[in-house]
Design a protein around this ligand. Structure first.
Ligand code: PMP
Length: 335
């Protein structure tokens, strides 16, 4: 394809980059650059799939209203496609999310309703409960419900997984993923179970999320809080298929931010905070191996949304994550 006719055609078929400069132990570490999707994240694939499926099922009429609860990236994907196809879009977004994401959503024509980040599922202000209620109250609205929508993992089962496998020439020993809605993990596992059952799945989880506990112990306590955006949960997302995950790594915000910054400095990839979590876990996994393995992880979204946050030394200092004045060399304050 040389000339695309809609921006939707530019979603997917993202490049796969072999990391060269970071210490990957005996392993080859490949990064799938989902930050290169037109909306800037892996969620473009899912947004397209869920809108297409709703149209196919006759649940979305021309000019109709789409409602979703989203940390931002699904919203950006939905806003991109809704604008192309002429749908109204209302997004309920927790207020901890970066301003850049919210301005971007509004610029795409979406209506953004901010809600509290400090409440859990079951509270009326919790972003998913709020969106569900809004959808019930809005006549003719279609609630995307990415946490329960089978077209979410389906996007990864039908596009991300086979692309990755073909790019890696049919040899992938392990895939390191994070879980937000669980669509990526669930969809990839569905495909790999069929076509490459020996591929292991490894969870990268922000410290404070309950998902790593669930993988390791089959149970979990109360969730804490974390600043990494897009992954980690305080409940078990039904689409995630956590039972297929071999092991989990808990990554602190400081480690995630530091790793994302190292990725930019060493390999030239500007990716977001969840990528920092995934990459930190992938590096830990790689360095713990005794035999060479081919490992894949994802640059889930672009880092330009976080320039005023984790790429900003003043913000890191305010968050207590940068202890002394920066000399410009991150290794100074990690040590
Ligand atoms: N990274 C980022 C930046 C995200 O926004 C999301 C989605 N919330 C994910 C990773 C996780 O993807 P999934 O919803 O497929 O679990």
């Amino acid at each position: 394809m040389t000339i695309a006719h809609t921006v939707s055609e530019l979603i997917g078929n993202t490049p796969l980059l072999r990391l060269q400069k970071l210490d990957t132990g005996p392993c080859e570490l490949l990064l799938k650059l989902e930050n290169q999707n037109p909306g800037g994240s892996i969620k473009d694939r899912v947004a397209l799939s869920m809108i297409n499926e709703a149209e196919r099922q006759g649940r979305l009429a021309p000019g109709g209203t789409i409602i979703e609860a989203t940390a931002g990236n699904t919203g950006l994907g939905l806003a991109l496609i809704a604008a192309q196809k002429g749908y109204q879009l209302i997004l309920v977004v927790p207020d901890k999310m970066s301003r850049e994401k919210i301005y971007h959503l509004r610029a795409l024509g979406a209506q953004v309703r901010l809600t509290r980040s400090d409440v859990n599922k079951g509270h009326p202000a919790y972003y998913q409960d709020y969106a569900k209620r809004l959808a019930q109250e809005t006549p003719g609205a279609f609630y995307i419900d990415q946490f329960n929508n089978p077209a979410n993992p389906l996007a990864h089962e039908t596009t991300t997984a086979p692309e990755l496998y073909a790019q890696a020439e049919g040899k992938i020993d392990a895939i390191v993923v994070g879980v937000g809605s669980g669509g990526t993990l669930g969809g990839l596992q569905a495909w790999f179970r069929q076509h490459s059952p020996e591929t292991e799945f490894i969870l990268a989880d922000p410290a404070g999320s309950i998902l790593a506990d669930e993988v390791e112990q089959g149970s979990h306590g109360e969730a804490g809080s974390w600043r990494v955006e897009g992954i980690g949960e305080d409940f078990i997302p039904p689409l995630a298929r956590l039972d297929g995950v071999r092991r989990a790594y808990r990554i602190s915000d400081a480690q995630a931010f530091d790793t994302a910054r190292q990725l930019l400095k060493t390999e030239g990839i500007l990716a977001g905070s969840s990528t920092g979590t995934l990459l930190a876990a992938a590096l830990r996994y790689c360095r713990a191996q005794t035999t060479p393995k081919r490992v894949v992880t994802f640059a889930c979204d672009s880092g330009n949304k976080y320039l005023s946050k984790m790429f900003n030394d003043d913000w890191l200092r305010q968050q207590g994550l940068l202890q002394r004045p920066s000399t410009g060399d991150l290794r100074d304050f990690i040590a």
